[in-house]
Design a protein around this ligand. Structure first.
Ligand code: ZN
Length: 249
């Protein structure tokens, strides 16, 4: 029998599926034999994608570390603001503009990320195998609230939105991947994820409603689905919380 003591820091405590007595506290786990620290952590309900630093007896280890009797293990989430030695971090930085893949339950978040200008793949009929395949082929960051899916060992970059509210999920993703200062809102089609490009009014004038024709002169068009947009068309009916987030970008 192996006995270790564990402490999860920050919002990792929100993900725990085992009872630890008190929140944010050290607790003990007993295991029948050696196991990787990844399996130990995920056995507590926390997917590896959420963990940035693991210290065992004050020394940084990676997910493959085999735990030993008496280990004291501290587990930290991603803190973008903290100065942590790069070598100790388990969540390697994603691309400058990460590309996302949202699971079937995050359709609204996908739409908001696209509106924020971020390349976000989404299909409402994708099963787990489809998601894993697309994530690997296109090197995308997997967004899902399905812990089991995030715990899959091939998932390198992922995030589990804590909130059930899509506007709050948008805020979480922008914060987690440190994207607040780098975005170009309304540069991508919320319907299909295609890029938008400017289009002369005369080319699309036949498709405009009379009021739009009269009041607007600048238009853009999706290179994917052909949808036409104009100033303000994106913002119509936008959740006030999302508007407020875009105003801060
Ligand atoms: Zn489109």
């Amino acid at each position: 029998m192996i006995t270790v003591s564990l402490r999860f820091y920050g919002d990792l405590n929100d993900l725990l599926t085992i009872s630890t007595g008190q929140n944010q506290t050290t607790f003990e786990r007993q295991l029948p034999g050696p196991t990787s620290v990844k399996d130990l952590i995920e056995g507590c309900g926390v997917p590896h994608t959420e963990v940035d630093v693991i210290l065992v007896d004050s020394k940084a280890v990676d997910f493959s570390y085999l735990i030993a009797d008496g280990n004291r293990i501290s587990i930290y989430p991603v803190f973008n603001s903290l100065d942590i030695p790069e070598a100790d971090r388990l969540q390697k930085p994603t691309a400058h503009y990460p590309r996302f893949l949202a699971d079937v339950n995050l359709g609204k978040l996908a739409r908001y990320l696209r509106l924020a200008g971020l390349d976000t793949a989404y299909r409402n009929d994708a099963d787990d195998d489809d998601l894993i395949e697309q994530m690997q082929e296109e090197n995308r960051v997997l967004l899902t609230r399905d812990r089991k899916l995030l715990m899959h060992k091939v998932v390198r970059h992922g995030y589990l939105p804590r909130s059930a509210d899509p506007a709050e999920q948008l805020e979480e993703v922008l914060r987690r991947f440190d994207l607040f200062h780098e975005l170009e809102p309304f540069s991508r089609c919320p319907r299909c994820n295609g890029s938008l490009q400017n289009v002369p009014k005369e080319e699309i004038i036949d498709r405009l409603e009379p009021l739009t024709k009269r009041h607007f002169d600048e238009f853009s068009q999706c290179i994917g689905c052909g949808q036409v947009y104009w100033a303000g068309s994106h913002r119509r009916r936008l959740d006030p919380k999302v508007k407020e987030i875009f105003d801060r970008i």
